[in-house]
Design a binder for this molecule. Structure first.
Ligand code: FAD
Ligand code: MLT
Ligand code: ZN
Length: 457
């Protein structure tokens, strides 16, 4: 595409969304061009901020015609480099699709523009004792459209499932400007291909999600949180499995390790919870309308005896215990630009993985270090590597191969993005990848939607 064609396209985009919503100045573009981890960045031709489905459709039709690629972007909290441009794309920001259109406390659902954040949706739902089924630490910035596009997981998957389970309806604009409207929300609907489900988890490669209709869940009246200090991963898995099988109202089961606890305490200025250092920590949350604290206490007494534990029931104390786990991401960012590998393992192989990952990291660089944490009940570990250059792919390669060898997944919840696409073949077959590429070609024949994401080159 020539410079003149680019100028013409920018002119068309200005006509569609208004001049002030086509950003081209390098200073302003900066925040659209770098991801949350700072590992991924590239320059954009422009950032365009449409305010309606019709404007999104016109923007995509114009870019498709011009052959200029588009990177959809919501809150830009994605962790696999899929929300930022690589070279000269148009960033399509959904942040002005920020309308909560309807909210039905009886049916327990909400219809919102893709750019509404999780926190905004929750603030509205909370007045009726409701919330989204998915919750994550990026809630203040992550948008419901981005969460659907990545099939986000978060801390309550063990109870409510991933974002896919929350999506009752969805509207999206395809590369040619056509609108797929699956918002009608009838529970029983067997009328052919499930296009809404196809778009969930498609990471901006098949269409731009413009509206979503989401299931809501109750904000449980009572909550209890226990933080346990444990001696081994095997013990942690034992606690998570026992909780999954027998703890009423299990709401979250999270794992982290001594190096993460120490980094969080030093970087965030928190006092460690116990006098003694433990190799492994597990956080269990139960929530419900009944005797939740008593249930959790009985569980700890019976099935989850720990050398040390802290217990909380009021909101402030619960938040204090959660901070040791939830502040890992920001604490790690203070220590460098991490390689973030979000993996899942069969629970029976997790201990083996944790034992082997350190030596593998050190064999590549004696100064490399790993901070592990994650959603233990689902076998999901976040492997964060520090001490490697952003473009050094050796640790990613070694660890993702190890995960595949153990029968795991190279992406549990963050998606493939650009960060993992060259390793997709490790856990998806050639036939799978060919089918995905065929779907991509059929819906986006000119390849303008988020090229470089998911599908290997
Ligand atoms: P963006 O980052 O803007 O985009 C993410 C991807 O979706 C990109 O490929 C983009 O092109 C595409 N996209 C965005 N909006 C649309 C749209 N409307 N239509 C089509 N494609 C679109 N993730 C989890 O799963 N679980 C967690 O527990 C979790 N915790 C996090 C904690 C922190 C502190 C941070 C920074 C991130 C965390 N994440 C987590 C990752 C991230 O928040 C999620 O992936 C989230 O769903 C991204 O939403 P977003 O609006 O920021 O999307
Ligand atoms: C989390 O569970 O906190 C996230 O997925 C974020 C991360 O992996 O850093
Ligand atoms: Zn996570």
């Amino acid at each position: 595409v020539s410079a003149r064609e680019n100028r013409d396209l920018i002119g068309r985009l200005q006509q569609i969304v208004g001049g002030e919503h086509v950003l081209t100045s390098r200073d302003i573009l900066g925040s659209y061009e770098t991801d949350w981890t700072r590992r991924f960045s590239g320059s954009a031709l422009a950032a365009v901020r449409p305010a309606s489905t019709a404007e999104v459709a016109a923007v995509l039709a114009a870019c498709n015609e011009a052959g200029v690629a588009v990177v959809p972007q919501g809150g830009n909290t994605g962790l696999v480099g899929g929300s930022v441009p690589r070279a000269g794309e148009v960033v399509l920001s959904t942040r002005r699709l920020a309308q909560v259109e309807s909210f039905d406390p009886v049916a327990r659902e909400l219809t919102a523009g893709a750019g509404v954040t999780a926190a905004q949706a929750n603030a509205l739902a909370a007045a009726h004792g409701l919330q989204l089924g998915v919750d994550l630490a990026s809630r203040d910035s992550a948008t419901v459209g981005g969460m659907a596009a990545t099939n986000a997981g978060g801390i309550h998957v063990v109870r409510h499932g991933m974002m896919r389970s929350q999506v009752i309806g969805l509207e999206a604009v395809l590369a040619n400007g056509g609108v797929v409207d699956r918002m009608f929300g009838v529970v029983r609907d067997n009328t052919g291909y499930d296009l809404a489900n196809l778009l969930v988890g498609s990471e901006g490669t098949l269409g731009v999600i413009t509206r979503v209709r989401l299931r809501l869940v109750a904000v449980e009246r009572r909550r209890a949180v226990a933080l346990l200090g444990l001696d081994s991963v095997e013990e942690a898995i034992g606690v998570a499995l026992a909780a999954r099988n027998g703890l009423p109202g299990l709401n979250a089961a999270e794992i982290f390790f001594a190096p993460g606890m120490e980094l969080v305490c030093s970087a965030m200025g928190l006092t460690p919870p116990f006098e003694k250092r433990f190799p492994v920590y597990v956080l269990i949350e139960a929530a419900g309308a009944g005797e939740v604290a008593e249930g959790l206490a009985a569980f700890l007494e019976g099935s989850a005896r720990a050398a040390a534990s802290a217990f909380a029931t009021d909101a402030r104390d619960c938040a204090r215990l959660w901070a040791y786990r939830e502040r890992h991401t920001e604490a790690i960012n203070t220590a460098g630009v991490p390689h973030k590998l979000d993996i899942a393992l069969p629970l029976g192989r997790m201990a083996e993985f944790v034992r082997e990952v350190g030596p593998v990291v050190r064999s590549l660089d004696p100064g490399g270090r790993e901070i592990l944490f994650g959603h233990v009940a689902d076998g999901n570990l976040h492997v964060n590597l520090l001490g490697f250059e952003p473009d050094d792919e050796r640790p990613d390669d070694a660890i993702l191969r190890m995960v595949a060898g153990l029968g795991g997944s190279i992406s549990a919840e963050h998606g493939v993005g650009v960060a993992k696409r060259q390793w997709l073949h490790l856990t998806r077959s050639a036939a799978d990848i060919a089918a995905m590429a065929a779907i991509k070609r059929a819906l986006d024949p000119r390849g303008i939607l988020n090229p470089g994401v998911i599908i290997p080159a």
